[in-house]
Design a protein around this ligand. Structure first.
Ligand SMILES: O=c1[nH]c(=O)n([C@H]2C[C@H](O)[C@@H](COP(=O)(O)O)O2)cc1CO
Length: 148
């Protein structure tokens, strides 16, 4: 199974430790195409090693998104890129799980929370979670997925 993980980069890197925890767990279920999102050495300036710059990042990520079977997005730290990826994934009719931490004090965009259920009952889900619950949530989600 190909998994596309979305997490904030230029939107701010404060949740990178949580992204690491999520991706470590996701690697039990398949190949995470976007593991770089969890790297400590990627700052909020983004990846700068690619010679063709942002266009190369965009093309690579859209290709990975096309190849993915499931999209998992940590949406607590608002990010244009993550919002865009979710919108594109919806247009591609991908299965999408959005994870949000209410303890952050933030309120999730209506364009994410309000999209829940639009692709059919379980195709687009938004789950509120506390950090210590995240592994159990992923176990349940992928347990159900692999049953179907
Ligand atoms: O350097 C990058 N590499 C990259 O893969 N992305 C993708 C993956 C992330 O899920 C998402 C983050 O978007 P943003 O940088 O707007 O927070 O965009 C985004 C950037 C920088 O915008």
């Amino acid at each position: 199974m190909n998994i596309y993980f979305c997490g904030s980069i230029r939107g701010g890197r404060q949740d990178v430790k949580i992204y690491q925890k999520i991706v470590k767990k996701l690697q039990n279920y398949g190949q995470v195409l976007t593991e770089h999102v969890t790297h400590d050495d990627i700052s909020e300036k983004g990846e700068n090693a690619l010679p063709e710059g942002d266009a190369a990042i965009y093309d690579r990520d859209m290709e990975w998104l096309t190849q993915s079977d499931v999209v998992v997005a940590e949406v607590t730290q608002p990010s244009f890129g993550v919002g865009y990826e979710i919108g594109q994934a919806m247009a591609m009719k991908k299965r999408i799980l959005c994870l949000f931490r209410p303890s952050s004090g933030k309120v999730l965009s209506a364009m994410i929370r309000g999209a829940e259920g639009k692709l059919g009952s379980s195709h687009f889900q938004v789950l509120d979670y506390a950090e210590e619950e995240v592994e159990g949530i992923l176990e349940n989600y992928f347990g159900e997925l692999t049953k179907n």
